[in-house]
Each structure stands twice: as structure tokens, then as C-alpha cells.
Design a protein around this ligand. Sequence first.
Ligand code: ADP
Length: 624
Amino acid sequence: MKNSKKAHTWKQIFQIYWRAIKLLSHVYPQLMISRFLCTVWTALTPYVNIYLSALIIEEMSGGRNPRRLLQLVGITLLLAGGISLGTAFLTKWKNVQEACHFYKDEAIFSKKLFDMDFICIDDAKVQEQFDILKQYSYSGGWGIFRVVSNCDSLISSVFTFLGGIPLTITLFTRKVPESAGGYRILNNALFLLLVFGVMLAVTYLAPIFSTKAGSYWSTYAGAHRKGNLLFGYFGFTGYNKDLAADMRIYRQDVFSDKYTGDKKGAFCSQGMFAKFGRGPMGLLQAASAAVSVIFTAVVYLFVCLKAWAGAFGVGAVTQYIAAITKASSGVSTMIATVGNMKNNTPFLEQVFDFLDIPNPMYQGSLTVEKRRDRDYEVEFKNVSFKYPGSDNWALRNVNMKFKVGSRMAVVGRNGSGKTTFIKLLCRLYDPTEGEILLNGINIRKYNYLDYLMIFSVVFQDFKLFSLKLGENVASGVEYDRELAEDCLRKAGFGERLAAMPEGLDTYLYKDFNKDGVDVSGGEAQKIALARALYKDAPFIVLDEPTAALDPIAEAEIYTKFNDIVDDKTAIYISHRLSSCKFCDEIAVFKDGAVVQKGSHSTLLADEGGEYYELWHAQAQYYTA
Ligand code: ADP
């Protein structure tokens, strides 16, 4: 599976990297600064040592002046100490920042996902786009995570190269004496040019070979990602407690092994990457190493010959060899890094394509007035809705007005449009046709977060955090403990609360605390109801959060809840009619339309209606 990549110009590569650097510097300035300083420091400081060591050796083999030698050794020791201290300080600073690097990168995506309109989150294509870019990031380190290490290498290589130049330049300018006979060829400009050219070519070739070898990882990143995905999915099935029973009954370990143990799998002995390793990738890496050896040989030969012919002393030999090898490694790293940046560019593009997904929903600026009398009236006016990418109407011409403080039930078969209706009410989606009004104004004109404050919804698939019970109820760390306890009692959790070892401070589940409590499905529902009560929003919506309960238990919870919602407007959704018969008004949904409206008794009196049919179909569950 080949990654389809279009070739990028250098301008495009540097532009996208510059954008990534600006983003990271904004999100994490300390990391970027500490890494920059540390990299420059560690690139340049070795030259101090190389230079001073050369002076000492030179003095020992030449002047042999003990006073000057002492001075040189003193300066070397002092500077070495200072450099070590500086390195220790900068490395510690960088490491502390580095510890959060992964989380800061992840935070960029979390923030984007949180800021996204729900319509985008719910879009399968957006989900796929996100999954793929994360899989590339986790499987090959591609994308934004690689930018910091690329910057490090680039800066380090540039400074290593620049730092080496002053210590290397005289290697080419210092001449062998006239008395050196045939060695005078070493002074010949053409010969020097030839040596320089060979060094440059070899310096250039080594990283080119290794970048080409590395490009197999990016070109075939699709296969790598897929291999990683399969391994991530099947490699850990044994860890999963929820699968343990099925695994044993159906011997699912056998087919799991088929995927993880397949010798032709991406990472296995006969897989694609092993073949590349034995073939072109391995050859290129070997060529890169061989070429580096040629470089070392040429340098040693040239420097030693010049010293032999008397161009400079022994001290200078160590200086030149160390400096030129380092400067050349700087150039090699620079070329390899630029190659790596080129390989990473398509993945960075994916990252920015995702981060640039626009929010299509209009964001109004009107504030929702906070009213003690809860006098908020919401009205659906001829609302129709199609899910993005779907040709079917999920809702059709819905007209509905919620009277303040009323109890309304929304009932109907599965797929009749009940949840879609609630999603539109909470403005998770905008209507395709028609409008929804709050106190006579289109809800699009309100500030969205403000508008959401008037709703408490307990969704079918609500989630609780593995945090303290009280924090779950209040959705916050600082909260009114008395109110939280009161809400839990009202939701029917009073007795269980009294039995909790730490009361409101008891952890739910064991993810963060070994003494955490595993609550049952029914108990979790009560906590979710208490959370809805704690928010104290004027509208409270229960969207079948009790679907896991039997019909009689659900009816009990709904009736009890009716007593505790006080003057709030309550909307109950269920496909079980018995749970909602106490409501002032029942709206019956069928195929996305409201086909009947009225009280339980009036609806039941209509023998040809949907409600009558559903009621009698379900009666067996609760007539007992
Ligand atoms: P209910 O809550 O009554 O079971 P829904 O509101 O969930 O019904 O679904 C109404 C219709 O919309 C169904 O035909 C369902 O298949 C469709 N639908 C629900 N969610 C989506 C979605 N995310 N994308 C496309 N169609 C959807």
C-alpha cells in the first residue's frame, strides 16, 4: 500500500514547517525556547574543547613553555566547568519541558475537537481523517510531533557546521614549505579544489542514501499504519476483561493470532519492511555508512600528509580532524533533516487539513437572559432535517411549542426521529428547513454556549468520569456539597451515598484510585440524573437514559423524576409508552413526523392512531 504523495516544492515544505513552528511556539513557548538554546549550546561548545586541546598539544610539541601550558590548562578546565554547568542547566530545563511535549501536542487536537461544531464531530469523514492522522503519528511519529525533533536537528547541524568553519579554514590555507619537494602539490589550488570537492560529494552522498532508505517508511506509511492498527487491535485482545468470556467460548485467540502472527504481516519476518530491510533499504543504509568511512579516510590522508610535509604541527592535526569531521557531520545532518522534513510534509498537510476544518454553524452574539421565573419558551416552526450526506428526512415539518413548566413526552418506534429532535433542540445541528425560536428569536442568533446553559440533558449513552462522585455530579472541582448531596438523594441515590466509604469524595471506578467504587448501570443512571439536576437548567431532557432497565423500573424512575423537576420544563423520550403516560402532553413520532399529540387518555381513545397500536403492542410488558 503506497502513500499517494504529490511532490512538494522547497518553498511549500518550509512554509508548512514555519506554520507548525508558529503553532507550537504559541502552544508551548517554553519547550521551543529551551530546546533552541540547548541545541545551539551543545552544537557550539565542543569546539571550545577542540580548539584549546589543539593549543595545548601544539605547546607541548613546540614551545614547551610551562607557564603558558599552565595557563592553557587552567583556561581549559575553567571553560570546561562552565560549559558543563551551562549544559546541565539547559538540559534540565529542556527535559522538564520535554516531559509535557506529547500532552501539549495532543492538546492541540483535543482543543480542535472540542471547538468543532457537533455536526463535524458526528461526520464519519472527519472522524476517519482524524483517526488516520493519529495512526500515522502513533505508528511512525509522522506529523506535528516530528517538527520539534526536525527543528532540533536542523538548528544543531547549522551551528555545528558554522562552528567548525573557523577551525577548519586554515587547513586549506596553510601551505607546506617550498622545501617539501613533491608534497608541494598540496599547495596547488586545483588539487585543493579536488580534495574539497571529494569531501563535499561524500558529505552530500551519505545523508542522501540514508534519506532515501528512510523514505521507504514514509512512502509505505499506509502499510505501516495498517500493520500497527491490526497489531493494536488484535495484539492486546488478551488484556481485555470484557472479551475474556467470548474469547474462551469461541477460541477467538486463534483468529487473533492469525492477524498478529502472520509472517507476511507488515512487521513480520516475511513482511514488506523486512523485505525492504534485506533489499534496497539495507543496501542504501550500508552505502551511507561506507561513504562516511571514505570521508574519514580522505580527511585523515589529507591532514596527515600536510602535517608530514610541515604545513602545521601535531596539535593542529587533532584540531583539523575533529573540526572538519564535526563540520561535515553538521552538513550531513542538515541534508538528512531536510530530507526528513520533505518526507514529513504530506503528513503535516493532513494535520493542517484537519485543524483547518471550518465550523459551518453560524455563531450569534445575543446573550440568553438569566430569568428566575424560568420563562423560556422554545418553539419548533415547521422544522425539517436531513443528516449531512443523507437523502432521507430524519425530521419532517415538525411544529412544537414547549409550555413553561410542562411535562412533555416524545414517543415513537426506534428510528422515528426522537433523538434527532433533541439534537436540534440543543442546537447540535441546525434545521435544514424551518426554524427554532427561543422567546421568539431564532436560536442561531444567540451565543451558542449561552444557549446550551438552559438545557440539562441525560443522553442514552451518558458517560461518567473516573473521578470523585461529587465532582461527577457538579462537573467541577469546586462545588456546593450540600446541593450535590441533595441532588443525589432526589435522584434516588441517597442510600447508596450513605454507604459510600468517602461520601462525595469516593472515586467512581478504579482507574485513578484502587479504592474506587464500581457502580452498577442503574446507579450510574441515578448519578447522571443528579448531574442534570445539579445544573439546574430550566429545560431538563431525559433521552432514554434508562434503556438498560426493564419497562417497569423505567416507568418508576420517570414518575419519580416528575416529582423532583419542580417548575422546570421536562421532556421525556422513550420508545416505551408506559413510562410517559403521566405527561401533560405526548408527541408521537413516526418516520420523522409528529403524527399525534395529546394526553395519554385522548391518544389511547383514537383506535386508528399510532399511539393506540404501540400501546397495545407493548402492554404485555407492564400489565403484569
Ligand atoms: P430515534 O431516536 O427515534 O430512535 P433517531 O433520531 O436516532 O431515531 O433517527 C432518526 C432517523 O435518522 C433514522 O432513520 C436514523 O437512521 C437516522 N439517523 C440518525 N442518526 C444519523 C446520523 N448520524 N447520520 C445519518 N442518519 C442518521
